[in-house]
Design a protein around this ligand. Structure first.
Ligand code: 0O2
Length: 216
């Protein structure tokens, strides 16, 4: 493992990333609440976030041969936000909302939905620069936002766990199953998109009923 002493104090180094993740999670969850309050289809289903551990950062640097001085450009997902959506259309709608925000700048986009990775991975990645207000300074923090459907997330979560075991060197039968599962997730998204108007109407009806019942 690569030595960790090129960062003087990891806790201090990671603190702005932690703040960025907490603030962004709160702000993005707010989008869902805004749509729900107006009885509109919410483009965001749920939001999660995490800060990469020191060990995981060092491991990525080692695997990708990233020099210590390149950590900030080389590891862009130290702060990671994941947005889950019901439909593929919601992903692009959400990406558009995010690209128009005033509180961060989008640096680059990797669209693994239009072009999935060879692994079968599909997701929409946005690398942003988010200014974190600390006590005495503003620190621009790089953060990766992944936007995906529930089906894409299901596949990626399973594949990620399997990857721990096989380190990307899957036996043929597993590789084949993963490819088929990725294709199945793609078809599921397509089918759901076809009936999305009905689903959205049903959701609105259910939420309204739920609200009325709570008032009684
Ligand atoms: P974690 O935090 O445990 O999820 P790049 O390949 O550098 O051009 P990319 O894909 O944006 O661009 O960056 P990178 O570093 O390859 O991947 C960043 C994150 O995207 C990963 O984080 C995963 O969350 C997700 N990801 C990318 N490719 C795959 C894939 O093939 N399968 C799955 N399951 N997830 C993927 P980490 O580093 O895995 O850590």
């Amino acid at each position: 493992m690569i030595a960790d002493n090129f960062i003087e104090d990891w806790q201090v180094f990671l603190a702005p990333y932690q703040q960025a993740v907490s603030e962004l999670k709160l702000k993005l969850k707010q989008i869902r609440q805004e749509y729900q309050a107006q009885h509109l289809h919410a483009p965001i289903e749920f939001v999660t976030g995490r800060v990469k551990s020191k060990e995981s950062i060092l491991e990525k640097m080692e695997v990708r041969q990233i020099a210590p001085e390149d950590i900030l450009i080389g590891v862009q997902d130290i702060a990671g936000i994941r947005i889950m959506c019901q439909f593929v259309e919601d992903i692009y709608y959400t990406a558009d909302l995010l690209s128009k925000r005033q509180d961060f700048k989008v640096l680059l986009i990797r669209d693994y939905i239009a072009n999935h990775k060879p692994s079968g991975y599909r997701s929409y990645h946005m690398v942003i620069e988010y200014p974190v207000q600390r006590a005495q300074e503003v620190i621009p923090v790089i953060c990766e936002i992944q936007i995906r459907t529930l089906a894409m997330n299901f596949w990626a979560t399973i594949e990620h766990s399997l990857n721990y075991k096989y380190q990307g060197k899957y036996p043929d039968h597993i590789l084949k199953r993963l490819e088929r599962a990725s294709e199945a997730a793609f078809l599921l998204d397509e089918e759901m998109s076809e009936i999305r108007n009905e689903i959205q109407e049903a959701t609105r009806f259910f939420e309204k009923r739920h609200e009325e019942r709570n008032k009684e």
